[in-house]
Design a protein around this ligand. Structure first.
Ligand SMILES: C[S@@+](CC[C@H](N)C(=O)[O-])C[C@H]1O[C@@H](n2cnc3c(N)ncnc32)[C@H](O)[C@@H]1O
Length: 261
């Protein structure tokens, strides 16, 4: 499924890993930095009024569609400049993840999947908060995974693999918790990805997919994604993110694991 302004940024892992060190790459890195600053500024404006929100969303999507993200220079810029800005989000999501798992009773060594894990900051925050969890980060971009791999543990409790949200290398009903931050609006096949999330979630498991409200799916768009994924629109709940002014920039999509037939 495609939406206006959502054309590709990454279509394969190979495309995602570009050569390094050329001046053009440096320029692209700068371009990405400027672009993401513009997105944050637009987010502020959009938060204030309804027409502002509509305009901001259209502009942000148009800008977003022009950016080639997560090649080597893009990943480096993201790691050094942007990931630190989102630290508050990773802590919040780790708290939410712990709360959701606790609400489901004691699960021995829960298996958690971080979709579009990027440089791995969320996976690290969760591994600190959930000491007995096994966490797998998965991402299309090899250059992002080079950064993430630095956090991998030798006991396999925290590991990172190349992969696509739309084609998850996991068995049916094998995952206790799926999380994702700021990746959803990059997925070129969101319906396939949600179908995959529903497939791999254990009965009673849950998926918490966080994204920038300005760039992410409207309720009507997400209803279309759910239908195309073979789900009911009500299966994917669009929720506000709790926790102060900064949290109002984000939106959360929640999907519960289905009982097995
Ligand atoms: C803005 S970064 C967010 C990274 C990290 N989740 C964070 O919050 O810092 C988006 C990430 O999603 C990844 N991505 C985009 N499309 C993907 C897909 N279909 N499957 C897996 N990862 C994807 C990109 O490679 C990139 O690392």
């Amino acid at each position: 499924m495609r939406f206006p302004g959502r054309d590709y940024k990454i279509s394969s892992a190979r495309e995602a890993g570009a050569e390094v060190g050329r001046p053009r790459d440096v320029q692209r890195g700068r371009g990405l930095r400027r672009f993401l600053s513009a997105i944050l500024l637009l987010g502020l404006i959009a938060a204030l009024t309804r027409p502002g929100r509509r305009l901001g969303r259209a502009l942000a999507r148009r800008l977003d569609a022009r950016v080639e993200c997560f090649t080597e220079p893009g990943s480096n810029t993201y790691v050094h400049f942007f990931a630190p800005i989102f630290e508050h989000l990773y802590r919040r999501v780790a708290e939410d993840a712990a709360r959701e798992l606790a609400a489901r009773g004691r699960i021995h060594r829960p298996l958690i999947l971080d979709l579009g894990c990027g440089p791995g900051d969320l996976a690290v925050a969760m591994s600190r908060r959930l000491r007995d969890a096994r966490i797998v980060g998965i991402d299309l971009s090899p250059s992002m995974l080079l950064w993430a791999g630095r956090h991998a543990t030798t006991d396999g409790r925290l590991r990172f693999i190349v992969g696509d949200a739309a084609d998850l290398p996991f068995d049916d009903a094998s995952i206790d918790l799926v999380v994702s931050t700021l990746s959803l609006h990059h997925w070129t096949e969101p319906a396939e990805a949600f179908a995959e999330i529903a497939r791999v979630l254990r009965p009673g498991g849950v998926a918490l997919i966080y994204d920038l409200g300005l760039l992410s799916f409207t309720p009507a768009e997400m209803a279309g994604v759910a239908t195309e994924a073979g789900l009911e629109p009500a299966d994917i709940q669009r929720e506000r993110v709790r926790g102060g002014l900064l949290s109002s920039f984000y939106v959360r999509f929640k999907l519960e694991g289905f009982p097995q037939e």
